[in-house]
Design a protein around this ligand. Sequence first.
Ligand SMILES: Nc1ncnc2c1ncn2[C@@H]1O[C@H](COP(=O)(O)OP(=O)(O)OP(=O)(O)O)[C@@H](O)[C@H]1O
Length: 581
Amino acid sequence: MIKNLLYVLNLKRKETYKAILWELVHAIFLAAPIGFLLLILQDLFLPAPHPAKLWTYVGLMIGLLVLQLFVAVRSVIASNGMTYAVSTDLRIRLGNQLQRLSMGTFKQRDPGDLAAVLLQDVANFELIFGHTVGNITAALFSMLVLSGFLFITDWRLAIVLLAALPLVWLMVRLAAHLLTKQGKKHVAARNATSARFLEYVSGIRTIKSFGMTGKRFSSLEKALNDFRRASIRTEAIPGPFVLLATVVLEVCFLLMLWLGIHFFAQGTLAIPVLIAFLLMGYRLYDPIKIMLVDFALLRYMNISLGRVLELLQTPRQGAGKNLQPSHYDICFHDVSFGYHPERKVLDKVSFQIPEHRMTALVGPSGSGKTTITSLIARFWDVDEGRIEIGGIAIQDMKPTTVYSLISEVFQEVYLFDDTIYNNIKYGKPEATEAEIIAAAERACVLDFAWEMPGGLHSAVGENGNKLSGGQKQRISIARALLKDAPIVLLDEATASLDPENEIYIQQAIQELVKDKTVIVIAHKLATVRKADQLLVLQEGQIVERGSHGELMALGGLYRRLYDIQQQAGGWKLGKKALPEP
Ligand SMILES: Nc1ncnc2c1ncn2[C@@H]1O[C@H](COP(=O)(O)OP(=O)(O)OP(=O)(O)O)[C@@H](O)[C@H]1O
């Protein structure tokens, strides 16, 4: 925990030092009135007390109280300032980190869990850190100041009062240990709830159509129940320990009182000192009780902080050099890759995709076609081998350079909750209006946009839910046209469209692929017969390559796939549907 805390406090040293300084001043101001109280008591027990002196002490105590209020406000401001400076810094770092992580990291993690780190874990840190760290620092300092003061006044009674500390510390450790264990379960349950909620919202259509709403959507219900149980247990942990520690403190206090009376009877303790100890004992124990709960909370916070730091420390994609290829043929040299170390999806694959030509990737479902396009776009890094664009290894280029060279049109289109116009503009943020309209026209977007009340400025809704699948695809093609990247990755976008939309999309794609290096994932083999090169994949290996004519003549897997599709009317085939030759 200390390591994590030091890491975050180091992020904002100036603010941290300022907060610590104010807490120290605050602790001195909290302890100082007790010194005056002791002086007043001593004076009161003199045979002839000095009223003027006594009033001066009272006046000084009032003055200190006013100053203490001011200092308390300043220390709260300083510790809140430090907390928000640290949490803002963490959020900015997380934002930067997300930009530098590979797509693989996003795909590998549960989106609900990732969202929980960004939103809830940082908020958890902010809430607990802001609340506890000031309290703990102030409590520690005031305990130190008071203990010093008590030792100077009477070391024997001070030892008895302070003897409670090791026992209380033991309880804090125990509570913190249990809270850490339970806290992990609590955080996991909370994240599972977020994930199930996300799933519920994004799958609401399926859930409704299969009547899985309400109690019947049992995974959400279970997650909510687990979360409730975990929350109750987490809340319940510090209670018994605080109670036990309070008993220990009370026992030590009574012991100190008994000894005090004993020393007084022996004549080795003055009555003002005994009274001062009675008053100060409670002042010494108050911060301990606060620390007891806060320290346990801090351990709980550490779980959230650990998750934030783990994401911050996830290895980034290499920054690469400022290299720009002068041509755009793509080369795979013995590339091996697996999403998980134990299972290779591509095994020593080598091929060349010539510039300005169309290459089609064909093969049964799961053979690795999409994986090849994801590796070209550097969503993932290869395990072995090398991928080059224009003779430069993509690992040596900046990831942003690689992204700038590639336009993608996939079956699943993501649109931002914005206008059609702005969604196209994402392809080239600096594009002029004329360029955007030209791209919209070439991608057949204008045909449907003009019929909408706002034309190109009509809102598309959350992920384009106000548009049809074909319309969304035309917008994504317009976006790619505007980007005008030299390499186009196409996941045969017309697989699930009606004939009218298919004609529009084919037309838009023809515009997009002109003079580009094109890699198309082909599901309907009839549509890629004219491709310059076909690469046939099976179980992560290229088993055939050549033109349509060459592959048909070969009479292998491609021919079988083609013949079956001709008979089945273009349906996509799974591995099991493949008959043996
Ligand atoms: N994100 C992922 N995590 C783990 N495994 C994955 C992931 N994506 C794909 N795979 C696995 O990798 C293999 C190749 O998948 P890929 O999507 O590349 O196949 P494909 O040929 O494009 O299939 P399809 O034609 O059905 O789209 C499959 O076995 C698949 O289950």
